[in-house]
Every structure is written in C-alpha cells, then in structure tokens.
Ligand binder design. Structure first.
Ligand code: PLP
Length: 389
C-alpha cells in the first residue's frame, strides 16, 4: 500500500480531504507492461482479466468494461431500445447519469421517493407509478446498501419491465447473501476516482440476460461486429447496428486489474474506517439526535460512504462550516433530480418526493478512504463530537 502523508492532528494548515485515491501497489507495473507491449487499445489481456474477475465477484453472467458507469447506463438504455415517450422509474436521490442515460434516448424520468431508512428507491411506491409506457425500473443501491431486490424484481416480472441496477456504489455489496449486480437484467459499475475500486474514470456493464450479449458487444464497438471478428466467428467485420465507443484502453484496464487483484486489502482498510465511525459516533449520535446509516440485516455493505443525517438544513450547513474550520472536508450529497432545472423541464416539481427533499438537505458525508490514518480519523471523530447539534 502507498502510505499517506502523515498529518499532525493539531496542524490547522493541513486539510483532511473527503477522498484520496488508494493504490494497491501494482498499478504502475501493470501500466508499464501495457506501454512496453503492443496492445494499447481496448479488449486486450488486462481487460479480459477484469471481465473474469468482475464476473466472479458479482455473479453476473457477463461483464464488459466501459469508459464510465454513465456509458454503461447509456448502453443499457440502447439495449432496452428505449425511445421517445417511454417512461423510466428511478429515484430522484441519485447522480444525474442514472436519469440522463435514458433521457438521451427520449425517455421521461418518473421519480419515485426513497425509503427513510436506507435512502433507496421505495419499492412500496413503485407499482403505483407504472403505466403502459413504463419500460424500466432503475434501482440505485445507495452507499452500496441493497434496495429491496426481491420486491423490485418481482414487480418487474409482473409488469414485463426490465430492472437495471445502478450499482456505482455497491461492488462487493450483497442482498440476502447474493452479490449486487446479479439481480437486474443489467447492472452498472463505476470505477471513478471516488469509488471503492478505481482507474480514474471507468465503468462496467453487467449482463444477466445473455440474449443481450451479442448486441452489447456490437454497441460497445461502434456498431460493428468486430468482437466476433476477433474471435474468428466472422471473416470480416462491418457496420451492423447503432453503437458508440464504450471500451476503455488497456492502460486503464491495467490500473483496474491491479485494484481488483488487491480488492481484499483495499476493502479491509475502508471497512476499518467505516466500522470505527460507526462504533465511536453511536453514543454521540443517539444523544444529539443525529442519524447514522441504517444497514438492514439482509444487507452486506461495501463501506462506500459514511453519512450523518442532521436534524435540519441549518444544522447541516453549520456542521459543514464547523468541520471546515478544522480543515476537514465533509460534503453533502445528491441534490434531488426532480427539483433540478432539468427535472422540472421534464415535468417534475417540488413536493413530488418529500423524503428525498428532506434527506438531501440534512445529509453530510465524512472522509472515508483506505489511507485515512488512525490519527486523522481520531481527529475527525473528535471534531464531529465537538459540534453542538
Ligand atoms: C458515480 C456514479 C455514477 C457515474 O459514474 P461515472 O463512472 O462517473 O460515470 C452513476 N450513478 C451513481 C449512483 C454514481 O454514484
């Protein structure tokens, strides 16, 4: 592991950032191997290794690396043949890409509120939003804590609607012992710098219905059947469908491969930080009426993020200012999509998702990364507890 710079806990000029990338140690060696070889473009040996490893880790039938989670979501929308007038059910409490990928195809996002405990799409509200135009339910496993996947999958089956898991937070997460990413027709992963496993910018499409695989390979390769050609299954390749360029270069896959190979240790460090926050902030939170993350007994989470829910927007803003004074960066998170300028243009309005609106004003995230030292974390915890809620 690359050691973080030491931070003296009383030096106010140093900052504890929200995230620092964690390296496994093999990234540079892997990248050097690619640069000294003759395969720099996509789908070389490192990409193939990543595919195998991701299939093993998630139980997905097929994994395809992409240049981002956003692009994997775009591929899912293309594969589902989403068209103008279609409706997509999704939470408002998510990143813009969850919606944009489908809006790009002309679909209308139908925002559903979240559960107050896990902050995930409230499965009890989904069925009432289904219309003859509904084509997909996109579930986001917030903080890598699973949505109620049995309920969502059965709603999807009953109405012949695809379920897509936006699993950007949830690699290594499980629901009833089964890995996230294995439930939906498709699932997507992110390897952005802020995610548990990273290659700077990257993602993957996980496919659980193999009838989509052939077309997925074509769409990912600019609408050509080049993948079949490389496997010797056709003797020339050409333009056969719509598509774009969704595959990452081997240079990025080399970085990702190193991260995946050492995922056990990378995850161990994150869990250590998460578990200490949970243990040492519990009493303070109880007294201060601050809510810590809820992890249902059915879920194993991947220590993606640790949040606090303060009582009000005003106290949340005061908390962020208090921590900033101490040199600690504690960002809030998603601004609801349904009240955003674009969400309103697409027909949503304030009041549509009251829990989302309330939670997004009260939530704040603590620094969480594998190389946060025990001293640094002790300092963060001490400053949190010094805040008068
Ligand atoms: C990070 C994130 C994305 C986008 O990931 P990129 O790889 O940056 O495109 C999408 N959805 C969620 C829920 C995310 O957290």
């Amino acid at each position: 592991m690359i050691q973080p710079r030491l931070r003296c806990s009383i030096d106010p000029t140093l900052e504890i950032s929200f995230n620092r990338p964690s390296l496994s140690g093999d990234e540079v060696t892997n990248v050097r191997r690619v640069l000294e070889g003759d395969h720099l473009s996509g789908d070389g040996p490192f990409t193939a290794q990543c595919h195998v490893e991701l299939e093993r880790l998630t139980g997905a039938k097929k994994a395809l690396l992409t240049t981002s989670c956003t692009h994997a979501l775009e591929m899912a929308a293309l594969l589902l043949d989403i068209r103008a007038g279609d409706e997509i059910i999704l939470p408002s409490f998510t990143f813009v890409s969850t919606a944009n990928a489908f809006v790009l195809r002309g679909a209308r996002p139908i925002f559903v509120d979240i559960r107050p405990d896990t902050l995930n799409l409230d499965e009890r509200l989904v069925e009432s939003k289904i219309t003859p135009k509904t084509r997909a339910i996109v579930a986001v496993h917030y903080a890598g804590v699973a949505c109620e996947m049995e309920a969502l999958v059965s709603i999807g089956e009953r109405h012949h609607i695809a379920v897509v898991e936006d699993n950007a937070h949830g690699l290594f997460g499980k629901f009833r012992g089964r890995p996230l990413g294995s439930f939906g027709t498709f699932a997507t992963l992110s390897f952005h710098e802020t995610k548990n496993i990273s290659c700077g910018e990257g993602g993957a499409l996980l496919i659980n219905d193999l009838s989509y695989l052939n077309r997925a390979e074509i769409i990912r390769e600019k609408g050509t059947n080049r993948s079949l050609f490389f496997r010797g299954q056709v003797d020339k390749y050409g333009w056969v469908d719509v598509g774009s360029s969704y595959l990452p270069s081997e240079i990025l896959s080399a970085v990702l491969s190193a991260q995946l190979k050492h995922h056990t240790i990378l995850q161990m460090h994150r869990h250590r930080v998460w578990d200490r926050y949970s243990a040492e902030l519990a009493d303070w939170a109880g007294e201060a009426q601050v809510i810590l993350p809820t992890i249902p007994y059915t879920c194993e989470h991947p220590a993606h993020l640790f949040y606090l829910l303060l009582p009000t927007l005003e106290r949340r803003q005061a908390f962020i200012a208090h921590m900033k004074q101490a040199g600690i960066v504690t960002p809030f998170h998603y601004v609801p999509l349904h009240t955003s300028p674009m969400g309103q243009m697409l027909g949503s309005q304030a009041g549509d998702c009251p829990i989302t609106e309330n939670v997004s004003e009260r939530l704040v995230r603590l620094p969480l990364f594998g190389s946060l030292t025990a001293d640094e974390q002790g300092y963060v915890i001490e400053r949190v507890k010094a805040f008068t809620v």
